[in-house]
Design a protein around this ligand. Structure first.
Ligand code: B3K
Ligand code: ZN
Length: 896
């Protein structure tokens, strides 16, 4: 196998070191939208640690080769082909100069060099650099870059690349240049350039060792008033990494650039992070509390990559979670520290709950379908399909477990050793695990299974209390249940599961814990080392029959099965000292009730709700000792997607009926309470996106959403109309609009239509807000008389709709296909026909985005027979027309 041939499936086991190394690279760009010329000069030599190769194989895609020279002499033995450039007869050490051309203006894939709003941007991870020049485009080839950019000065006054600006000046014909040098070795996926008409918000700060740093947030001129929060977030991130991990910014200058056409959230290019505008731009009028929080998290995430990803990078793409799982864990901790410091457990729990909700809803689903893969995958067809919930979110849980096992200090010791050993290297997940193990003197061989086994582990719990002996035994069994075939193949043996547990007495207080064999009791939460298929833990001196609080703070990414009674769950919801498990008890209670109702709804049987559920929720709602943010989460029912996923046969219509039934019951039974909550949690005065103020708004707007469910939604319409008109922030305005749309489902109200029209007019010039306008409509509830597919199809023809812009495509198409299950899964198959059309349309423009959309049907086998057959037909239709490797991998795996 040569370096550039692209086999259908790439296997982790086939890794081999590169045959050549690049000691330095010099790039010169003549930036012209239609045809950009790139001159690439590399100092190359054979890799002493690799087998001697007969030829040099460079990767390249969609390039036009102009010339090749070895040591300054034109090289005849060079052959360009679809996947790259093959060079015969190369010496052991040489200077290779390649001139090639590409067409940024035509590049709709948004990978490589492309044009957006008349400016140039790059996106190289994972394999975009080969669309810019011929190269050893693999992460274990690290080198230093010197980059010269030349362009028309009027059209592209700003020219940016990685590292430090070392020279700039004017050229003939109104052109100018800038020369950048990045002192740090890096893999090609971290290369970036930006050229265009941009302005920057700037700050100068001193890093912990006293060095001056220039920070810049670059945007289009009309967006400069929306950059303050991103800058603050960057400064907080720099301080946090210094304090929590002793990691300092290593460059003199750190830049963030916002672009409106971007495939994902953001990209951690060395010293030149490129961001989707969605994760940079914010002011109170245009961004919600969630947007503000997401910006802080993503700015943090990309900044933290500077050490976890850039200074220490991945040997190959199978190791992606080495940087992504670790960096997600770091951004989660950063957000928790920003919200609650190290000690405010309730504020930290809110963040933890939000993260676990996402994991369960999305990663558990991924793990149960045809795309199931381990945190460190064994094979892939298209690497861009593996930037997944498993690699990112489950990967973050795996990293979190080290911290749960060793504590914050032990985790820090492991991180320190990891950097000491591997700074400047491209390494593997095993290297991280070994650093953690060695720094803490523990053998973590078994822990490797968290990286190699796919599927969601299930832990079944049985307990017994012996009153005479005052002993309480907890028996844990682990397995994977009915795992998907893709996951089953990877499962070899039991995992090391850190299982946190507490025991609660009749008065609601935690009991002191003493395990058999220990000399005295200590603490009220214990992390059990659960390493065998079945294991029994015995607590002694247990004065009374306790209620177990299991997997506190979600100490491992597993499903816990234990037969709590409804009363016990209500008790935990009221008393558990672990805030995560308080929330969890409410979710279990609601899930159980909702699933029973969904089963009845599927049979068209009448629905009724047990009063005890209403009582339990009422108690949380009015418990003033709980923070508003926590109450909001506790009163949010599990999502329709999550519930459908829990059914033996997913039935989105039945789930929707059941969930709506419960929402209406909670709305009606607690009407007075909701009205009181609405009033008490108004946030008058200037807007601030603090977690506290956001908590008040969140709970208030949840009250509004419940009130909108009433059969007579007059209260909600009145409150929402006023809130819409008076709002001084986007959180309140969008929530009001959403409530009006919901209310109009029960009773047609002109207020909804007029607010929708007003919203559009008001924010016509703010693309990110217009995205919200599309999304709110795509996710609204429909009725037999007004199916949302009709609304969506009509919006597809709206002048503001543009399928080439990923944010806009997501706001309308993805919102409908992934966030409105009851409407998308309409029995007539209209949603699936729409999905197929859009996947095919996107496939020709932007395969990465198309492949994401393609995944909306991957769990098709889990649905009711009627839906299943229609989904299969849609998948087969796409499979027969697809062009890209990206989409083909998804639909073919789904159909296997
Ligand atoms: N590393 C990038 C993701 C690149 C995705 C390529 N398809 C963003 C991040 O995780 O920080
Ligand atoms: Zn990342």
């Amino acid at each position: 196998m040569t370096d550039t041939a692209t086999p259908a499936v790439i296997h982790r086991a086939d890794y081999a070191p590169p045959a050549f190394l690049i000691d330095s690279v010099t790039l010169e760009f003549d930036l012209v939208p239609a045809r950009t010329i790139v001159k690439n000069s590399m100092r190359m030599r054979r890799n002493p640690d690799a087998a001697r190769a007969a030829r040099l194989e460079l990767m390249g895609e969609q390039l036009e080769l102009v010339s090749v020279a070895v040591n300054g002499v034109p090289h005849a033995a060079a052959r360009a082909h679809e996947h790259g450039l093959t060079l015969d007869d190369v010496p052991d050490t040489f200077e290779l100069t390649i001139v090639s051309a590409c067409a940024p203006a035509e590049n709709t894939t948004l990978s490589g060099l492309y044009v957006s709003s008349d400016n140039f941007f790059t996106q190289c991870e994972a394999e975009g650099f080969r669309r810019i020049t011929y190269f050893l485009d693999r992460p274990d080839v690290m080198t230093t870059y010197t980059v010269t950019l030349r362009a028309d000065k009027a059209a592209y006054p700003v020219l940016l690349s990685n590292g430090n600006l070392i020279e700039e000046g004017d050229l003939a014909d109104g052109r100018h240049f800038a020369k950048w040098e990045d002192p740090f070795k890096k893999p090609s996926y971290l290369f970036a350039l930006v050229a265009g008409r941009l302005v920057a918000l700037e700050e100068r700060i001193k890093s912990v060792s006293g060095k001056e740093k220039l920070l810049q947030v670059w945007v289009e001129p009309h967006d400069l008033d929306k950059t303050r929060h991103a800058m603050e977030s960057l400064i907080h991130s720099i301080r946090w990494d210094e304090e929590r991990f002793g990691l300092e910014l290593d460059l003199d200058r750190f830049m963030i650039v916002a672009v409106s056409d971007f495939n994902m959230g953001a990209m951690e290019n060395k010293g030149l992070n490129i961001f989707n505008t969605k994760y940079v731009l914010a002011n109170p009028e245009t961004a919600t509390d969630t947007d503000f929080a997401n910006i802080e998290a993503v700015v943090g995430h990309e900044y933290f990559h500077n050490w976890t990803g850039n200074r220490v990078t991945c040997r190959d793409w199978f190791q992606l979670s080495l940087k992504e799982g670790l960096t997600v864990f770091r951004d989660q901790e950063f957000s928790a520290d920003m919200a609650g410091g190290a000690t405010d457990e309730t504020a930290r729990a809110v963040k933890r709950i939000e993260d676990v909700r996402v994991l369960r809803q999305m990663q558990f689903a991924e793990d149960s379908g045809p795309m199931a893969h381990p945190v460190r995958p064994e094979s892939y067809v298209e690497i861009n399909n593996f930037y997944t919930m498993t690699v990112y979110e489950k990967g973050a849980e795996v990293v979190r477990m080290y911290q749960t096992l060793f504590g914050r200090d032990g985790f820090r010791r492991g991180m320190d050793l990891y950097f000491k050993r591997h700074d400047g290297q491209a390494v593997a997940c095993d290297d991280f695990r070994l650093a953690l193990a060695d720094a803490n003197g523990r053998d973590l061989a078994q822990f490797e299974r968290w990286y190699s086994q796919a599927g969601t582990p299930r832990v079944t719990v049985e307990t017994a209390y012996d009153a005479d002996a005052q002993r309480y035994t907890v028996t844990l069994k682990q397995g994977y249940g009915d795992a998907a075939p893709a996951a089953r193949a990877t499962q070899k043996g039991p995992l090391l599961i850190p299982f946190a547990i507490g025991l609660i007495g009749r008065d609601g207080a935690d009991l002191p814990l003493r395990l058999e064999g220990e000399s005295a009791a200590s603490g009220t939460t214990r992390v059990l080392d659960f390493t065998e298929t079945e294991q029994t833990f015995t607590f002694v001196d247990v004065r009374e029959a306790p209620l177990p609080s299991l997997l506190r703070n979600f100490s491992a990414p597993v499903v816990v099965e234990y037969d709590y009674t409804a009363d016990e769950l209500a008790f935990l919801l009221a008393h558990d000292s672990d805030p995560f498990n308080r929330w969890e008890a409410g979710q279990r209670l609601a899930t159980r009730e909702l699933l029973a109702l969904a089963a009845r709804a599927a049979e068209n049987a009448p629905l009724q709700l047990d009063d005890s559920v209403v009582t339990a929720f009422a108690r949380v709602l009015t418990d003033e000792t709980l923070s508003p943010a926590f109450r909001e989460l506790a009163l949010m029912l599990p999502s329709e997607a999550y519930l459908a996923e829990q059914m033996a046969e997913s039935n989105p219509a039945a789930v929707h009926r059941a969930r709506q039934f419960v929402r209406k019951r909670l709305a009606a039974a607690l009407r007075e309470a909701w009205l009181a909550i609405y009033d008490r949690h108004r946030t008058p005065g200037a807007y601030a996106p603090t977690p506290e103020a956001a908590g008040h708004r969140g709970l208030k707007n949840l009250a509004l959403a419940y009130l909108a469910e009433l059969d007579d939604p007059a209260d909600a319409v009145k409150l929402a109309t006023a809130q819409y008109a008076e709002a001084n922030n986007m959180t309140d305005r969008a929530a009001a609009l959403s409530a009006l749309l919901a209310a109009s489902t029960s009773k047609e109200t002109p207020a909804a239509e007029s607010a929708l029209a007003d919203f559009y007019r008001r924010f016509e010039k703010e693309p990110l807000v217009i995205d919200k306008w599309f999304a709110l409509q795509a996710t609204q509830r429909g009725s037999a008389a007004r199916p949302i597919i009709d609304v969506v199809r009509k919006l597809m023809t709206h002048p503001a709709f543009n399928i080439k812009n990923p944010n806009r495509a997501r706001s309308l198409i993805f919102s409908f296909c992934s966030a409105n299950p009851a409407q998308f899964h309409a029995e007539d198959g209209s949603g699936y026909a729409f999905w197929a059309e859009q996947v095919i349309a996107l496939d020709a423009l932007n395969p990465q985005v198309a492949a994401r959309l393609a995944r909306a049907l991957e769990l098709w086998r889990r649905y009711t027979p009627v839906l299943r057959e229609k989904m299969r037909a849609a998948l087969e239709q796409v499979a027969s027309q697809v062009k890209s490797r990206d989409v083909r991998e998804i639909v073919e795996k789904a159909l296997v």
